[in-house]
Design a protein around this ligand. Structure first.
Ligand SMILES: Nc1ncnc2c1ncn2[C@@H]1O[C@H](COP(=O)(O)OP(=O)(O)OP(=O)(O)O)[C@@H](O)[C@H]1O
Length: 224
């Protein structure tokens, strides 16, 4: 599903360049829930941004569903991202002037028919446990409910990959656990879920662990 080879990312730093990621390689299968762990500044977000087509790498290959997105132009990358990856952020990124159902409809590309889009958005909100609040605005629901809305929005175009950057970082531990369970269910239904987190509660619960350390990525096996 995902195959990363010799991936490096450099950022300019004054007169020289610093590696945020150096010679990274790994593979991920369809339907895995991959926890990406590591200290602040280790390169987790950079890795997730590259896997979700937000940033391009400096070198290497990033094959997703057989396509090497590392070679894509910015324009091609934006188009690819729209239907191939659903992104979930720590601070939800919902539009405050739109209702929850309207937020979920926003990225939908499969149809121009508003009724069909609305029905799909309602179905997704039902899947994430928010059907009853579909017509409320983000400010009138809890943090966990905002994140459930953001997850429904990430599913809008039925992408094979869900990329979440610290999705429980603003939530209490019980709500974090509930959001994590939702990602587990998505993985069980065949989505490949990439989950960046500082939360070691999830360490034993993911199906794969990638540890990012000073720009290198190591697989940590379950027995370690
Ligand atoms: N746009 C950028 N320009 C320059 N340097 C950057 C840029 N983005 C990230 N970096 C650097 O790359 C390294 C990795 O950053 P990254 O955000 O991926 O780490 P992280 O593990 O996600 O950290 P955190 O847990 O604090 O979010 C850091 O040294 C950071 O300063």
């Amino acid at each position: 599903m995902i195959e990363v080879k010799n991936l490096s990312k450099k950022y300019p730093n004054g007169e020289h360049q610093d590696y945020a990621l150096k010679n990274v390689q790994f593979e991920v299968n369809k339907g895995e829930l991959v926890g990406i762990f590591g200290k602040s500044g280790s390169g987790k977000s950079t890795l997730l941004h590259i896997l979700s087509g937000i940033e391009a790498p400096t070198s290497g290959t990033v094959k997703i569903d057989g396509k090497d997105i590392a070679g894509f132009s910015n324009r091609a990358l934006t188009k690819w991202r729209g239907t191939n990856v659903g992104i979930v952020f720590q601070s939800f990124h919902l539009i405050p002037t739109l209702t929850l159902v309207e937020n979920v409809m926003l990225p939908m590309e499969f149809s121009k028919n508003r009724k069909r889009k609305r029905q799909r958005a309602l179905d997704l909100l039902e899947q994430t446990g928010l059907f009853m609040k579909a017509n409320q605005f983000p400010e009138s629901v809890s943090g966990g409910e905002r994140q459930r809305t953001a997850i429904a929005r990430a599913l809008a175009n039925d992408p094979p990959v869900i990329a979440a950057d610290e999705p429980t970082g603003n939530l209490d531990s019980q709500t974090s656990g509930e959001i994590f369970n939702l990602f587990q269910v998505l993985a069980e239904t065949g989505k490949t879920v990439l989950f960046v987190t500082h939360d070691l509660d999830f360490y034993g619960k993911v199906s794969r662990r990638l540890q990012v350390q000073d720009g290198s990525v190591y697989e940590v096996h379950k027995t370690e």
